[in-house]
Design a protein around this ligand. Structure first.
Ligand SMILES: Cc1cc2nc3c(=O)[nH]c(=O)nc-3n(C[C@H](O)[C@H](O)[C@H](O)COP(=O)(O)O)c2cc1C
Ligand code: SF4
Length: 650
């Protein structure tokens, strides 16, 4: 019996002849856990989501042809040997009543050449390059097009034999079918291009071939309702395309954006600055044009929002992809009405797409088990319940405390401030990053549920810990702003980013930001102070503002600075400050850079560790483990991961 508030979300829906048990979908996402075929890591990852109650899982992209070499760790279906591997995935997902579709994929000109190493030959409808990967494609011959169409049919047949319930042709995000559909990219004047109808030939041949190869399973497409780029497919054109294809397909999976450009790619995995559930603006229009189920995906991270989308007819199913990466149990928790227990995705893009773009297996900043299910999903219980003291209530300390308590230990957490959250409390004050505080809210709830005793305003001296008779101590004392002693470092016009965010800094009209880490802080303070009326110059040590950020996140926030006409200086090393000017050095030429006026200079130069473990007595009867920034200042991702490991290993 489902919670009555979710009567639409937990009602079944038919896609073709497939009955999907509820309306929550894990849409395709490249996990980097595959080795051509589903690995045990990938199977365990999807199994956890199926067990968590998701209605439909769509696999990540599966290459349909030898020319579809998009990235490393790509799934493939190029020969019949793959069938047994895909069957293992299908069986483990089906065991929980979840349906499974496979994404049929060819990237065309969208190949991540630098990641693959040696760039393979790249083919597209025409010799029109994209803006992101800097690779000139070769126009496809009709012979090659025929081979690729056959590849779609072959891959669909393999997946059907493996027990998949459906296939999804990836026509979204500027990949090959979208390239054929796009008049700015398809310059052909043959059966595959020249006018609207001929640009539909490729996708129609693919759909027909897939139906012939796998007649018994559902067939849909994923398409960007608007590629959000002047060179991409427009909303108007995509609505017309969907309308023209509606009789040939069983469903439409709607997203936005394109991989081809910086502005369009922001929407491939929209960061937290993009409105929650914004996709419904597009899915609603397309749903009116097609008479097949529509899946809407993009920033839907709560069941309440998914329920209202379905109830209001803006979509038939909701992709909740990162929401499920963060909390695989979201569907079960919603069904049981345990809404406060859901760990909501904050769209930080750090460990999911952030790791994938580094060629690393997917995970989640808030859920280190995600992508690591084979290692951590079922760890052994400890022999006995231990007394654990955690010092420091930032995200790392909170995670350590929760993890140890969930294993059955008696845990107390001491935080010297009056609130838990550490640096995350400051990070959430940056414009468009308010949701970052969700990380603290989620952990606070987990602390209560797991029975951790929290002491706020509690300064614990490491020398006194022995008197409390712990079995284990975890130190998570964090870091403070790094202020090197450059000329003028202690002038009145020099403040730290933390002082700006906690409201203790006096800010003048002309602000210079010295940004060393090239992360959210420099970019975010630049936006914050510009919006408050200051004239801001962002001087970053890096080759571009926000260089350390995940690509889509960076491009979203740097675009906001461009709109505000913030002056940005790159390759700039801070060397000194006087009451009127800030002095930098160009890191390529060593030439001086003088910025004036500089009424206020904001230092965003990273942090220095606050580590108290050196004060511990030489010999103790308990273990001491230091984690996160107090070991070495990095990001919340490392702090939470190390907190999880330390809590797990007590
Ligand atoms: C790590 C990662 C990899 C992705 N890879 C794919 C993919 O293989 N195929 C695809 O169609 N979309 C891919 N996406 C996009 C997702 O399917 C989804 O559209 C996106 O995450 C936005 O939805 P959400 O806000 O519910 O997470 C990927 C997303 C992530 C986070
Ligand atoms: S890393 Fe961030 S964006 Fe990705 S799933 Fe986790 S919370 Fe969501």
């Amino acid at each position: 019996m489902s919670d009555v508030r979710f009567s639409n979300l937990f009602s079944p829906v038919h896609i073709g002849s497939v009955k999907v048990p509820n309306r929550i979908v894990s849409t395709g996402h490249h996990t980097y856990l595959a080795h051509q075929h589903p690995s045990e890591e990938l199977i365990a990852y999807h199994e956890a989501r199926a067990k968590g109650g998701v209605g439909l899982i769509v696999s990540e992209i599966i290459a349909v042809h030898r020319t579809a070499m998009f990235s490393n760790q790509l799934l493939m279906a190029l020969n019949r040997n793959c069938i047994g591997h895909y069957r293992k995935l299908a069986d483990r997902v089906h065991a929980h009543g979840t349906m499974l579709f496979g994404q049929l994929f060819h990237p065309g000109r969208e190949t991540r050449g630098s990641e693959i190493g040696m760039i393979p030959p790249v083919f597209a409808p025409s010799a029109v390059p994209n803006e992101r990967f800097h690779i000139m494609p070769q126009p496809m011959s009709t012979g090659l097009i025929g081979e690729i169409v056959d590849g779609y049919a072959f891959a669909a047949a393999c997946l059907a034999q493996a027990g998949f319930d459906g296939v999804e042709i990836v026509a979204s995000h500027g990949y090959l079918p979208s390239q054929f559909l796009n008049p700015a990219v398809n310059l052909r004047d043959d059966a595959y291009g020249g006018d609207f109808e001929r640009r539909l030939t490729f996708i129609r041949e693919v759909i027909r071939a897939v139906r012939a190869g796998a007649p018994e399973i559902a067939v849909g497409i994923r398409i960007s309702a608007d590629e959000i780029d002047d060179q991409g497919l427009s909303a108007e054109l995509v609505t017309r395309i969907c309308s023209a294809l509606t009789q040939e397909l069983d469903y439409f999976s709607i997203v936005t954006g394109t991989s081809a450009s910086l502005v369009g790619s922001v929407h491939v995995v929209p960061p937290m600055g993009v409105d929650s559930a914004y996709i419904t603006r597009y899915s609603e229009t397309i749903r009116k044009e097609v008479d097949k189920p529509v899946i809407a995906t993009g920033r839907i991270n709560q069941p309440q929002s998914a329920e209202s989308i379905i109830a209001s007819g803006q979509a038939d199913l909701c992709g909740m992809t990162r929401a499920l990466i963060t909390d695989p149990e979201l569907p079960n928790k919603a069904r049981r009405g345990q809404l406060d227990d859901i760990r909501a995705c904050i769209a930080c893009n750090q460990s999911c797409i952030g790791r994938a773009h580094k060629g690393l297996g997917i995970s989640c900043i808030q859920n280190p088990v995600s992508g690591r299910e084979t290692k951590y999903a079922n760890t052994a219980s400890p022999d006995r319940s231990k007394k654990v003291i955690v010092v420091g209530g930032g995200p790392g300390g909170m995670k350590a405390a929760v993890t140890a308590a969930q294993k059955g230990h008696r845990v107390s957490l001491h935080e010297s401030a009056s609130r838990l959250g550490g640096q995350a409390l400051l990070a959430q004050k940056l414009p468009g990053r308010e949701e970052f505080g969700g990380l603290v809210t989620n952990l606070e709830h987990e602390l209560i549920r797991s029975g951790v005793t929290v002491h706020l305003g509690s300064n614990v001296a490491v020398q006194s810990l022995g008197a409390r008779e712990p079995d284990a101590v975890i130190l998570a004392t964090g870091a403070l702003p790094y202020v090197p002693e450059f000329d003028g470092w202690n002038n009145d016009n020099v403040v730290t980013a933390w002082q700006v965010l906690d409201g203790t800094a006096t800010i003048g009209a002309a602000v210079v930001i010295a940004d060393w880490r090239a992360d959210w802080v420099g970019v975010g303070i630049a936006e914050l102070l510009t919006l408050s009326g200051c004239a801001v110059t962002l001087c970053t040590n890096a080759a571009m503002a926000g260089e350390s950020l995940q690509l889509y996140t960076r491009n979203h926030y740097v675009a906001r600075l461009h709109k505000l006409e913030v002056a940005i200086k790159t390759h700039a090393r801070l060397v000194g400050v006087d009451p009127y000017s800030a002095y930098f050095q160009d890191t390529l030429t060593l030439d001086p850079i003088v910025i004036e006026p500089a009424d206020t200079v904001v230092l965003a130069l990273g942090h220095r560790a606050v580590n108290i473990s050196g004060n511990a007595p030489d010999e103790q009867s308990y273990s001491i483990t230091s984690i996160g920034d107090c070991v070495s200042p990095r990001t919340a991702e490392e702090a939470i991961y190390e907190g999880f490991i330390a809590g797990n290993e007590v």
